[in-house]
Design a protein around this ligand. Structure first.
Ligand SMILES: [Zn+2]
Ligand SMILES: [Zn+2]
Length: 228
């Protein structure tokens, strides 16, 4: 019985006459499910309480006929803002209340609208955060660049030195310019023991003392020997 959908899913308090319909066990009337029982109208309906789990097999106030009357009288919902209410009369008894909203297409529309609103709000928040981060980073970068520029301007000697190096390089490369040229001296030489164009050898041959000593000779492969 509990596994089948109820005939009436009450939303909030329903009333029979002036009396609120309440769970016989816990006294709450806010989560009641009504089931028709048996074939005849005057038979008592069953009431299930979702609050406490109590199952009232034979309601003292509700009959199958009242459930049917309620189903017939229910307003239903057309748009999302509607509520599903009923005021039913059965053999002189007034049964009224509200039913749990059943899903209608307009609910989807409203939900999607709300969802869309939330999504774009989130997106705005997300972008806002990103923009802030970018602004902060830009500020930091600008600051760093400014600081570097200041440092450079202050270090006139360093600037002169690099200018001199550039000029030197230009001289040696026939004016290839410092833009592409500085890469070349940085490239590693494949000759073992070559450091900056000088190869260090351990040798007895060149030693004046006859003992093993280290001799530096210009590298014949890379010719990176520093000008003396
Ligand atoms: Zn209960
Ligand atoms: Zn070399």
């Amino acid at each position: 019985m509990l596994t089948s959908p109820p005939d009436l899913a009450l939303q909030g308090l329903a009333h029979v006459g002036e009396t609120p319909l309440l769970c016989a066990a816990c006294g709450s009337g806010y989560a009641l499910r009504i089931y028709k029982r048996g074939p005849r109208e005057p038979f008592p309906a069953s009431v299930s309480c979702l609050g406490c789990g109590h199952w009232e097999d034979c309601s003292p106030v509700l009959t199958n006929g009242m459930v049917d009357a309620a189903l017939e009288a229910r307003t239903g919902r057309k748009v999302a803002a509607d509520i599903d209410t009923f005021v039913a009369e059965w053999r002189g008894r007034i049964f009224q209340g509200e039913l749990v909203a059943e899903f209608i297409p307009d609910d989807a529309v409203v939900m999607l609208k709300a969802l869309h609103g939330e999504v774009s709000k989130d997106a705005r928040r997300w972008w806002g955060g990103k923009k802030r981060a970018v602004r902060t980073r830009a500020k930091e970068t600008t600051g760093a660049v400014k600081a570097a520029a200041k440092e450079k301007a202050g270090d006139a000697a360093g600037a002169a030195k690099s200018a001199a190096l550039a000029a030197d390089w230009a001289l040696r490369t026939g004016g290839a310019g410092p833009d592409t040229a500085p890469k070349k001296p940085r490239s590693r030489c494949t000759v073992k023991g070559c450091r900056g164009g000088m190869v260090t050898l351990s040798t007895k041959v060149h030693s004046t003392t006859g003992k093993t000593s280290e001799v530096k000779i210009p590298c014949g492969v890379c010719h990176r020997r520093k000008p003396v």
